[in-house]
Structures are given as structure tokens and as C-alpha cells.
Design a protein around this ligand. Structure first.
Ligand code: G6P
Length: 608
């Protein structure tokens, strides 16, 4: 995830900014850059790769003089990770420099407008429109130019801006992307994350959505988006650097679990235009998705489980047959695919060796390949014909959480889009389903808030030797992922079973006190699931029910309950998995496991 630091004071800005960037390295990035005002000129240096490359170019910052500046670590979203796309970006006349986190959703319209006015673009980023807008609106008043600029931006931003005409003042602004102001003595800062600041100051101001701030060494003025001065309280941070990196959480995994509502929103919002789904950012030709006779989805690990949920959704709505394959099987089974098959590969890292091989196999057979990927510039994003990014931000914990939920979110969008394009649903239904998808970020937050009992459930069940997860339809797809999470990080044996299949053999393993986690979120199949629960209870199992308000009749059949907020059943996989991730996390915590780096596992498996 990109990181931002800004400094104004009396000390050597570049050294402070580079130190700040180093503290943000844990967030993951692929390039870095810095801009400092000196002698009324902006001096900017950028380097792709690690911060050490920026240090080499600047003699650890010593070669850049000045006491006010901004800096950035970029995690590519729009455009490859290279020097040109690294931040800061400067206006054509080098008057303004900007760093930005977030996504400007309307950047294509803005870019067209600015190109028509003669502005030259030097990068492929969405961010660059901001710096040209500032220049366009500048009439000797930095504040007015910034206000006019942010009023044009749709999407999310944490911004830091400097202007060479204002050698003592920097501006910061935020909407839907974190930004804080650090308060020092005769010096002030801003940053995307307290980690960048805790060694310099523990006094911070959390500005609110839509606010912007005018910051000099002795003053901090905060305004609402209409330019009215507002007061925001100063807070004292109690975290040390390590706690700050994890946002105060004990592990990256828990931090990433909690980030999911925001990550899911990032996957959805840029794809909704006037209430309709659009993948214009992926340049997918409409005729590619119209009239497809078959879809074949291939992936590994959790991405494969996302594909399993996708099959239910796409077949239900778009009525196109979907095959789901493990990439390691697909590549060697001479899959039957041709030009009329759309092959979808799913990968968080974009570097998984088996998924890359499956993608190549598909292309050799003449199929078009659409990749659903998180990491921009990864091998899969380069090899695929079309890419839909999940925009979850970097994942640090080995066991994926937000990577998986954003993949399923993209599949929700794709299922509605395919259904509409292939005339299997009318425009009104598409609008209704799209608005249901837009509710998912809120529902994800509710799924977290509704379940404060999970640490107690984990304490109760952490000594189990083996567990079963059962469910039907998308609930079954969620079982696969819930069960894998538990195995991966707690080392407790667990199996996911389609609830109706258990009786064909595996029920022999159900005995006294065995814990069965039963997902009962599909109203249509609830009575069937109740029968399956009774089968395991009759053999002595304990049942942890995962229910919604619409499935409360299952409560008497269970020993304990996890609550899922009610949403559109078909899309509920995204939300349902979150309490199961939390359950796995707390079980592993009770068992003293190395949660962020489980034994024998790698985040990205680049070997066969
Ligand atoms: C590894 C990771 C899993 C991940 C799988 C596929 O096994 O530990 O969490 O689901 O690879 O990774 P990908 O990056 O292709 O989604």
C-alpha cells in the first residue's frame, strides 16, 4: 500500500522524509520518491525498486537541501512500477508537486479535459491529473487551487501537496484514505500512517473525511471541504514503532482482517458508474463477455476457493457453464478449451507458478485469459489478455484474508455484469443486484461488530484435534476457505464438506464431541442443512452454527452461534468468511502459533 510523508520545519527535510519512508516499508511498495523546495524551486528525485535505490540516488537524502518536502512509497495501481509512475508528480511548469494514496475514479474524464487544454502527461497514473488541476486552478492562491481541485476528484485520496511559490506551507487532504497530521515543536508533519511519525512525535491530529489542512512549521489550519475552518482534537499515540506498523493489532493478519470493509469498497466503487457495473479500467471489450459459451476458472489455494464461490454466482445469474480447476491439475490434464471459452485465472500475488503455467496452457489453446489479480506489474498481470485488479493493497500475513474477499467481490461484480451482457437479467435486476453489492463493505463491518464472542468461542474450542465445516451452495465454498484458514494458522486438522455429501463416507469420522461448523446462511436450503446437522448431532458432534437473522430456526440445533448480517444470499460469501477468519485467528492465538508466518507455508509459491 502506498505511503506518504510530509515535513515542514527547520531541519534537513530529505533525511526526515527518507527515515519516514523507511518506517512505511512494511506496507509493501515498488518505488519511492521525494520532492523538496529549495531556493523557490522543487527538487524531485524518484527511483523504482527499494528505498535504498532512492538513498543511492540522493546520498541518503544529503544531496537534497531544503526544509519542506513530501515523499511517497508507491504500490502500483495505475501503471507499471517504474520511475515515471513513481510519486511525486509535478506540474508541467514544476510549480506543484503532489503525492497521493487512493484511486481517482474519474481520472480518465479529467485527463481528457486536461489534455484538451494542452497539459502533458508524463505517467500512466491516475494521480497526475491532480497536479495539472492544481496548476489549472492556480491564480496566486494555493488554498483556492487545492479546494477547486479536490472538488473535482471522485474516489479516494490522501494527498500531500507543495507549491514553489509557498516555500513555508504544505497542504494535505483526505477522503476515504487515511491521513494524519503530526504535531511537533517548530515543525509539523503529515503521513498516511502513524508508523512514519512515532519516532519524531507522538502528538497527532486525525483529520476527518473531506478535510484539508494548511501546514507550516508553527501553524496547522484545518478546513472542511467547503473551506470553513474546523477544529480537530490533538491525540497522543501510545504505540511504539512495531505496534504502529500493525495499526495497534498484535498481528498483520488481524489488521488485514479488520481492513476488509475498506478493501472490499476499493474493489467495488471504481467499478460502479451511475449505479451500473463497468470494467472500463480493465479495457475488456464488451464483445468478449457477450456470447461466451463456457468459462473455465483456474487458481490455487484460497484463490481457488474464491473461484468455487464464483462458479455458483456466475452460473446462477449468467447461466453460463463454469468449470473450476486447481491450476496444478488444469495444466496437466489437457483441458478442453478453445476460442469460445473465457479462461479466468485468479491470483493475489500474480506470481504463483502453477497459475502462470495454467494461463500459458490456456493461451496456447487459443482462449482469451482474464486475470483477477492484486499485484500490479506481477507476472500474471503481464501475461493475461485482460486484468481486473482487486485493489486490496499489499497483504503481509501469509494466510490471505483481504486478498480472498476482494477476489470474491470482483466475482460478484463479474457475475452481474456477465448476466446483463448476456441478457439473462434485465436492467432493473442488474441495478438492484449492483446496489446489493455496494452494501457488502458495510455488511463486512457488521460481520466483525456482530461477533465479539469469537475470542471466547476460540478459547472453548482451541483444543479440538479435528473439525468439519459443512454447508451447501456458496456456503460450501465458504466452508472450503474457513477450513483452510483454520488449518493454515492453527495446525488443527479440518475438512470442508458439502453438507449433503458427508453421509457418503466421511460421517464415519464424526464421533463424540467432534466440532462441526455448520454454515446456514442459505434460506432456500436451510431445511436440508438442518437434516445434516441432525445427522452429525445424532453421532455426538457439537455444532457451531453460522447463521443470519433469517436462519434463526437453526439455533436450537446448535451449541454456539456466529452471526452473519443479512445481505443478498448469492453474494454473502464475502461477508460470511470474515468471522471464520477471526475464529481461525483466535484459535491459533490460543495455541501460541506463529500466525503471520505459519510453518511450512509461503505467501507466494513460485515453484511447482
Ligand atoms: C499460497 C498462499 C495462499 C494462496 C495461494 C495462491 O499457498 O499461502 O494463501 O491462496 O498461494 O496464491 P495466489 O497469490 O496465486 O493467490
Amino acid at each position: 500500500m502506498c505511503g506518504i510523508v510530509g515535513y515542514v520545519g527547520n531541519e534537513h527535510a530529505a533525511s526526515i522524509l527518507i527515515e519516514g519512508l523507511k518506517k512505511l516499508e512494511y506496507r509493501g511498495y515498488d518505488s519511492a520518491g521525494i520532492a523538496v523546495i529549495n531556493n523557490k524551486e522543487i527538487n524531485m528525485i524518484k527511483a523504482s525498486g527499494k528505498i535504498k535505490n532512492l538513498c543511492e540516488k540522493t546520498d541518503d537524502g544529503k544531496s537534497i537541501s531544503g526544509t519542506i518536502g513530501i515523499a511517497h512509497t508507491r504500490w502500483a495501481t495505475h501503471g507499471a512500477p517504474n520511475d515515471a509512475n513513481a510519486h511525486p508528480h509535478v506540474s508541467n511548469n514544476k510549480k506543484f508537486a503532489v503525492v497521493h494514496n487512493g484511486i481517482i475514479e474519474n481520472y480518465m474524464e479529467l485527463k481528457k479535459e486536461l489534455l484538451d487544454k494542452g497539459y502533458k502527461f508524463n505517467s500512466e497514473t491516475d494521480t497526475e491529473v491532480i497536479v495539472h488541476l492544481l496548476d489549472m486552478y492556480y491564480d496566486k492562491d494555493f488554498k483556492i487551487a487545492l479546494m477547486k481541485t479536490i472538488s473535482r476528484l471522485e474516489g479516494s485520496y490522501a494527498l500531500g501537496v507543495i507549491c514553489k511559490d509557498y516555500p513555508d506551507t504544505m497542504f494535505a487532504a483526505m477522503l476515504n484514505s487515511p491521513l494524519i497530521i503530526g504535531v511537533g515543536v517548530c515543525e509539523n508533519y503529515f503521513a498516511s500512517d502513524v508508523t512514519a511519525l512515532v519516532q519524531r512525535t507522538k502528538n497527532v491530529i486525525y483529520i476527518e473525511e473531506g478535510d484539508f489542512a494548511e501546514i507550516s512549521s508553527n501553524t496547522i489550519l484545518i478546513y472542511s471541504n467547503t473551506g470553513e475552518p474546523v477544529t480537530r482534537e490533538k491525540t497522543r499515540i501510545v504505540w511504539d514503532v512495531e505496534a504502529a506498523e500493525k495499526g495497534g493489532y498484535e498481528h498483520f493478519m488481524l489488521k488485514e482482517i479488520m481492513e476488509q470493509p475498506r478493501a472490499i469498497k476499493s474493489a467495488i466503487e471504481p467499478r460502479i458508474k451511475k449505479g451500473c457495473i463497468s470494467f472500463e479500467d480493465s479495457n475488456i471489450p464488451t464483445d468478449l463477455l457477450e456470447g461466451i459459451s463456457r468459462i473455465s476458472i483456474t487458481a490455487c489455494g484460497s484463490a481457488y476457493h474464491a473461484a468455487c464461490a464464483g462458479k455458483y454466482m456466475i452460473e446462477e445469474l449468467a447461466r453460463i457453464p463454469v468449470d473450476v480447476d486447481l491450476a496444478s491439475e488444469f495444466r496437466y490434464r489437457r483441458p478442453i478449451i478453445d476460442k469460445s471459452t473465457l479462461v479466468i485465472v485468479i491470483s493475489q500475488s500474480g506470481e504463483t507458478a502453477d497459475t502462470i503455467a495454467a494461463l500459458k496452457e490456456a493461451k496456447e489453446n487459443g482462449a482469451s485469459v482474464l486475470a483477477i489479480v492484486n499485484v500490479v506489474g506481477s507476472a500474471i498481470s503481464k501475461l493475461a489478455d485482460y486484468v481486473i485488479y482487486t485493489w486490496a493493497g499489499p497483504e503481509i500475513a501469509v494466510a490471505t484474508t483481504k486478498g480472498y474477499t476482494t477476489q470474491v467481490t470482483v466475482l460478484c461484480l463479474l457475475s452481474v455484469y456477465l448476466a446483463e451482457k448476456n441478457k439473462k437479467i434485465d436492467a432493473e435486476t442488474a441495478l438492484r443486484l449492483t446496489s446489493e453489492i455496494q452494501k457488502i463493505p458495510q455488511l463486512a463491518q457488521r460481520a466483525i461488530d456482530l461477533n465479539p464472542q469469537i475470542p471466547y468461542l476460540a478459547k472453548k474450542y482451541h483444543n479440538e484435534r479435528s473439525m468439519f465445516f459443512i454447508g451447501r451452495n456458496t456456503d460450501y465454498a465458504v466452508c472450503l476457505e474457513g477450513s483452510l484458514k483454520l488449518k493454515e494458522i492453527s495446525y488443527i486438522h479440518s475438512e470442508a464438506y458439502a453438507a449433503g455429501e458427508l453421509k457418503h463416507g466421511t460421517i464415519a469420522l464424526i464421533d463424540n464431541d467432534r466440532l462441526v461448523v455448520a454454515l446456514a446462511c442459505n434460506d432456500r436450503l436451510l431445511d436440508k442443512l438442518i437434516s445434516n446437522i441432525r445427522e452429525v448431532k445424532a453421532r455426538g458432534a457439537k455444532v457451531l452454527g453460522v447463521i443470519t437473522e433469517r436462519s434463526t430456526k437453526i439455533i436450537p440445533e446448535t451449541d454456539d452461534i456466529i452471526y452473519i448480517p443479512v445481505g443478498e444470499t448469492l453474494f454473502n460469501a464475502v461477508v460470511q468468511v470474515i468471522p471464520l477468519q477471526m475464529f481461525a485467528y483466535y484459535v491459533a492465538l490460543h495455541n501460541g502459533c506463529d500466525i503471520d508466518k505459519p510453518k511450512n507455508l509461503a505467501k507466494s509459491v513460485t515453484v511447482e
